[in-house]
Design a binder for this molecule. Structure first.
Ligand code: GAR
Length: 191
């Protein structure tokens, strides 16, 4: 199965997934990574790993439809069957959803439906919850509202600083996302 990863920033989830694909643990073909931020670190990580990358920004287009149409061209050219969002900080619009709904997955750094949105870790921390977590879900037209595929809980300890807590959330992401992707790809191969 051909996949594309979309990311906006650091790219640690991208890196973990790319390494598992390159080692053969996840039997998919990673066709490219796309970043909607031309300066994102994820692009450097892609270069280091030899993964093709593309980048352009929404503000370079007159509408989200046109921006997403350009993405659609890339996806079609590379015959991508599954889009994997890994820190892609844009809401997926109708152009992509019409073509790919049910074939776009996302990772969110909280235990959905708790703390949706762009600040899942901070929001959980500020709410003083005893536990938060990490979720992988299908993407629909809402913000982090699509069907949940798999989640894990992450405890917040009394002794935690925000940094410790955040580190454990990311660690949980790096464990969960490859597991879920491997499962989805292997199921697709069987089908
Ligand atoms: C991750 O924590 C991911 O869950 C989050 O952005 C971070 C990206 O980190 N995504 C969202 O909050 C989406 N709502 P990374 O660039 O190091 O993979």
């Amino acid at each position: 199965m051909n996949i594309a990863i979309f990311a906006s920033g650091n790219g640690s989830n991208f890196q973990v997934l790319a390494e598992k694909i390159q080692s053969g643990k996840i039997p998919a073909r990673l066709k490219f990574v796309f970043s909607d931020q031309r300066n994102a670190s994820v692009l450097k990580r892609a270069e280091q790993l030899g993964v093709p990358s593309f980048s352009f920004e929404l503000k370079e287009f007159s509408s989200k439809e046109i921006y997403e149409s350009k993405l659609m061209e890339l996806l079609k050219q590379h015959e991508v069957g599954l889009i994997v969002l890994a820190g892609y900080m844009k809401i997926v619009g109708k152009t992509l959803l019409q073509a790919y709904e049910g074939s776009i997955i996302n990772i969110h750094p909280a235990f959905l439906p708790e703390f949706p949105g762009a600040h899942g870790i901070e929001d959980a921390w500020n709410s003083q919850v005893k536990e938060s977590g990490v979720s992988v879900h299908y993407v629909d037209a809402g913000v982090d509202t699509g069907k949940i595929i798999q989640q894990i809980r992450v405890t917040r300890f009394n002794s935690d600083t925000f940094k410790n807590f955040e580190r454990r959330i990311h660690k949980a992401e790096h464990q969960l996302y490859p597991e879920v992707l491997e499962k989805l790809v292997r199921e697709e191969l069987k089908a």
